[in-house]
Design a protein around this ligand. Structure first.
Ligand SMILES: [Zn+2]
Length: 133
């Protein structure tokens, strides 16, 4: 979750997620939503919190809609067949094989199960025939 997203959840639920220096991210967000300067002491006012909740409702709902499955899925054994110009790899989440003329290992998500692929653990691209030379 980003700090900006935490500010939205904090505004809508009233649960303190950002403290210390990060509180300013929340404060700035509130001022943008209420379109006016907000004094720190106003955060103790229930009527102000009601306005904050109302003003952040749309952002909160949009945030909930954008939720994705967090997985450690990755493409296993991404293979390239130079004869057919086809890349293939297996999704570690659903174990299904995916073939494409584009580099499967670069796909950010699995087209079968929708798992988000962990880009930082990109498997090494193996090109057929190299081992035989
Ligand atoms: Zn999958």
């Amino acid at each position: 979750m980003t700090k900006q997203e935490a500010a939205i959840i904090m505004a809508y639920t009233g649960t303190t997620l950002l403290t210390g220096e990060d509180f300013s991210i929340f404060h700035k967000y509130i001022e943008e939503k209420l379109e006016r300067p907000v004094w720190t002491h106003e955060f103790a006012d229930k009527a102000v919190w009601k306005q904050i909740k109302e003003a952040s409702k749309e952002d909160f709902i949009n945030l909930c809609k954008s939720l994705k499955n967090e997985t450690n899925a990755q493409w296993e054994f991404v293979h390239y067949d130079p004869d057919y110009l086809v890349f293939s790899g297996t999704c570690t989440a659903c174990k299904k094989k995916h073939e494409s003329t584009d580099n499967v290992g670069k796909l950010p998500f699995c087209p079968h199960c929708g798992a988000q692929m962990n880009g930082e653990k990109m498997p090494v691209l193996i090109i057929s025939g190299e081992e035989e030379q």
